[in-house]
Write a protein of this length. Structure first.
Length: 58
């Protein structure tokens, strides 16, 4: 039960990052730039989650 829930939430998040947000390849070189890309991707995903949640409420 818990593993199925993980597959629907956590794994889906990584799949979306890979397919929709360029997680397959790094756009820049260097630890600092890769970290920046990862943080921007996570920020975009969180904003999308918030927007979807607010759309369901309204």
């Amino acid at each position: 039960m818990l593993y199925k829930k993980r597959k629907e939430t956590i794994e889906r998040s990584f799949a979306d990052a890979k397919q929709l947000h360029g997680y397959r390849y790094c756009r820049f070189r260097g630890k600092k730039h890769v970290l920046e890309q990862a943080l921007m991707t996570a920020t975009c995903q969180n904003i999308k989650k918030i927007a979807n949640h607010l759309a369901k409420i309204a």
